[in-house]
Write a protein of this length. Structure first.
Length: 303
C-alpha cells in the first residue's frame, strides 16, 4: 500500500504540470489531446513488446480497456477546450468535482460502496478547492461552452476512474495503458479530422509542449496512477487527485507569475485535510480490530 501511495503522489505531481502547458495555448484543444495520446502510445508500445509485459486480454477486459481509452481521450479533449474557452481556474474547479460523480456512480454501480469518511473528506476537500481558487470565481461562472465542457470533463473523469478500476483487476498496468492509449489515439485522430483541426504547422515550442504532455502528464503520470488504482479504492484516488490544484497553483506562481494569497494557502491546507480524512477509516478499523482482539483474549484468560 505504501508503494501505491508513493506512486499516486508522484503521478499527481506529474499531471499538475498539465494546466500550465495548456494555458500556453500553442495548439488546438482536440489535436493537443490526440498528440498527447499518440506520442505516449508510440513510446509505450515498443517497451511493452520488448519486455513482453503486454498480454492478450479476454474480450470483456479488452473492451473495457478500449472504452477507457475513448472516455479518457474525451475527458482530455473537453478539458482542453474548457480551459481555452474560459479560464484554467474555472475549468480546473469544474473538472475537479469528479470525486462527487465518482462517489455517486460507485454508490449505484460498484460493490465497494463509498464509506462515510469518503463523503466527509470529499466535502472538506471540495470546500478547500473553492478556497484555493477563490470564492469570487463563482460570481463569474458563465453557463457557456467552457462551463459545460468543464462539468463534462469531470463526469468523463469519474467514469474513467471506475471503469479502469474494473479493468485493472485482471489486466496489468502496461497492457491496460497500451490498449487504452491506442484506442484514444485512433478515436482522437478521427475526431480531430472531423473537426478539421490541423495535424501540423505548429511552432517548435508547440511540438515540445506536446511531447512534454505525452511523456510527463500522460505516460509517466498515468502509469503511476494506474498502479495506485489497481491497489487502492477508486473513490480514494479521485479525492487524492484534487491535490493537483495545489501543485498547479504553485507552478503557476513560479512560471506564470500568478499570485498566491493567504486564502489560497489556507484553502490548500483544508483540501489536504479533506484528502487525509478519506484515509482515516482503515486506520480506525484496524485500531478497533486490535482492541476487540485484546478484549477477546482477556475474556479467554479469565475463563
Amino acid at each position: 500500500m505504501k508503494k501505491a501511495r508513493l506512486a499516486l503522489a508522484i503521478g499527481i505531481i506529474c499531471i499538475s504540470v498539465f494546466p500550465i502547458l495548456v494555458k500556453l495555448n500553442l495548439t488546438p484543444g482536440v489535436i493537443s489531446a490526440f498528440y498527447r495520446m499518440a506520442f505516449s502510445f508510440v513510446l509505450i508500445l515498443p517497451y511493452a513488446l520488448i519486455t513482453k509485459q503486454i498480454k492478450i486480454p479476454n474480450l470483456k477486459m479488452g473492451l473495457l480497456a478500449v472504452l477507457c481509452g475513448v472516455i479518457f481521450g474525451s475527458d482530455v479533449a473537453v478539458w482542453n477546450i474548457a480551459i481555452q474557452e474560459s479560464t484554467a481556474t474555472q475549468a480546473s474547479l469544474l473538472t475537479n468535482l469528479s470525486p462527487v460523480w465518482v462517489g455517486i456512480l460507485a454508490l449505484f454501480f460498484m460493490k465497494d460502496k463509498p464509506r462515510g469518511n469518503f463523503w466527509i473528506g470529499t466535502l472538506v476537500a471540495v470546500f478547500g478547492m473553492m478556497m484555493l481558487v477563490g470564492f469570487s470565481i463563482f460570481r463569474n461562472l458563465d453557463f457557456d461552452l467552457g462551463f459545460s465542457f468543464g462539468i463534462l470533463s469531470g463526469v468523463f473523469y469519474a467514469f474513467y476512474m471506475l471503469i479502469s478500476k474494473e479493468a485493472l483487476k485482471q489486466l496489468n498496468v502496461i497492457t491496460f495503458m497500451t490498449i487504452s492509449l491506442g484506442a484514444s489515439s485512433i478515436y482522437l485522430a478521427g475526431l480531430s479530422y472531423a473537426l478539421d483541426e490541423p495535424f501540423s504547422g505548429f511552432s517548435n515550442t508547440g511540438w515540445f509542449v506536446l511531447v512534454l504532455q505525452a511523456v510527463i502528464c500522460q505516460l509517466l503520470a498515468w502509469i503511476l496512477i494506474s498502479f495506485a488504482t489497481k491497489e487502492m479504492r477508486a473513490t480514494r484516488i479521485s479525492v487524492s487527485l484534487l491535490a493537483q490544484g495545489i501543485l498547479a497553483s504553485i507552478l503557476a506562481w513560479l512560471f506564470l507569475d500568478e499570485n498566491i494569497s493567504f486564502q489560497m494557502v489556507l484553502g490548500g491546507l483544508v483540501l489536504l485535510f479533506g484528502i487525509r480524512i478519506t484515509f482515516y477509516e482503515k486506520q480506525l478499523h484496524k485500531s478497533l480490530f486490535k482492541k476487540r482482539g485484546a478484549v477477546t483474549a482477556l475474556k479467554l484468560d479469565k475463563k
